[in-house]
Design a protein around this ligand. Structure first.
Ligand code: NAD
Length: 366
């Protein structure tokens, strides 16, 4: 049956980098029998300019109906200072919330050819391949009560609430255990059970689920502050790191920097699998933003978006072999010294966005 892929290019460099991913999809259609229909819609500032809202109901319906969604990036100076519902990010948050994308997957992979771009020494990061599974729709970013209130004594008080339920913890932990079983079979669960009740619940529930259903996967519990230290001390000890929304936000950014460049890092956000159809809501996106400083110049690195497409092929379309080949083509392009400006080093060939996409395609086809 023909599958469907919705592309939401977004703002800034979004359209430039998603164009390179589309080239890859078209190549796979032509040469690898990938039966997929591509459609496109607006998101973020581009949607605000055209329709007045950052995500239209029609675009949201298309995203719900699609087998997968691939996004570029949203935002830019043009829309700064607008009311919340007229901000590009509101469209992305609505998309994540309405598709109930509770599991955010962020790999931190250090390509050998880029090991010297990391802020850590080569021996600590060369061959690094870890995966964050971050809870994305709960915790302190969504918990109530929240707000800023005025106190009778003239002070102000800001409140946010960290809150998790058993089912919220179990569903994201399942994703982590399932993925670890296909990798190096180890999950590190990071929380703060020493000072937070929600952290204690997290630890206990992850352990319970493990003992009941995933006893064959190695599980370790680590305090989130220790995890931050271990990430720079010995990052290769990790396979899958499972965390809540807040700690995951911070720790996954820290891990991202170990790999050298923002332009190289993909992500996936997954919802629950429909028991009857097996369909799973999914959104794939590079972790970088819309990079307004280089937008329109044709110099953005498309690798993060192309690697997001590889995740999409693997998780949403069951095309693991194509995903492996695409990742290998990216690695080979880097090893051959072909680089966009953000990862360029002396002795390498500096290319633009489109040439980088072509170079990857050439190696995919080889
Ligand atoms: P950014 O990630 O857009 O850019 C940070 C720096 O990295 C810039 O110097 C940029 O040129 C560079 N960079 C980023 N991606 C690159 C790529 N693919 N190739 C080469 N260089 C790249 O972060 P920012 O500047 O803080 O934010 C810019 C806008 O993007 C803001 O409006 C922000 O809200 C938005 N943003 C969106 C997302 C998203 O859509 N998921 C994520 C982060 C930021």
């Amino acid at each position: 049956m023909t599958k469907s892929l919705l592309i939401l290019p977004g703002d800034g460099i979004g359209p430039e980098v998603t164009a390179e991913a589309i080239k890859v999809v078209n190549w796979l259609r032509e040469h690898r029998g990938f039966d997929v229909e591509i459609s496109q819609d607006l998101l973020g500032g581009a949607s605000i300019d055209a329709t007045g809202v950052p995500l239209t109901d029609a675009a949201l319906d298309k995203a719900k109906a699609a087998d997968a969604v691939l996004m570029g990036a949203v935002g830019g100076p043009k829309w700064v200072g607008q009311p919340y519902d007229k901000r590009p990010e509101a469209g992305l948050l609505r998309l994540r919330k309405d598709l109930d994308l509770f599991a955010n997957l962020r790999p931190a992979i250090c390509f050998p050819a880029l090991a010297d771009s990391s802020s850590l020494k080569r021996e600590f990061v060369e061959g690094l391949d870890l995966l964050f599974v971050r809870e994305l729709t709960g915790g302190v970013y969504f918990g109530t009560p929240r707000g800023i209130e005025n106190l009778p004594n003239g002070e102000r008080r800001g409140i946010n609430t960290q809150v998790y339920t058993t089912s919220e913890i179990h569903r994201v932990a399942r994703v982590a255990f399932d993925l670890a079983a296909k990798r190096r079979n180890k999950v590190t669960s990071a929380e703060k059970h020493n000072v937070m009740e929600s952290g204690l619940l997290w630890k206990e529930e992850v352990q319970k689920l493990h003992d009941a259903d995933y006893a064959s996967v190695e599980l370790e519990h680590m305090l989130a502050d220790n995890c931050a230290m271990q990430l720079v001390k010995n990052p290769k000890q990790f396979d899958v790191i499972l965390t809540d929304n807040l700690f995951g936000d911070i720790l996954s950014d820290q891990a991202a920097m170990l790999t050298g460049s923002l332009g190289m890092l993909p992500s996936a956000s997954l919802g629950a699998k429909d028991a009857a159809t097996g369909k799973q809501a999914s959104l794939y996106e590079p972790i970088h933003g819309s990079a307004p400083d280089i937008a329109g110049k044709g110099v953005a690195n498309p690798c993060a978006t192309i690697l997001s497409l590889a995740m999409c092929l693997r998780f949403s379309f069951g095309r693991g072999e194509d995903a492996d080949k695409l990742e290998a083509a990216v690695a080979q392009t880097l090893a051959d010294g072909i680089r966009t400006a953000d990862i360029w080093l002396d002795g390498c060939t500096r290319v633009g966005t489109s040439e980088m996409g072509d170079a990857i395609l050439e190696r995919l086809a080889a």
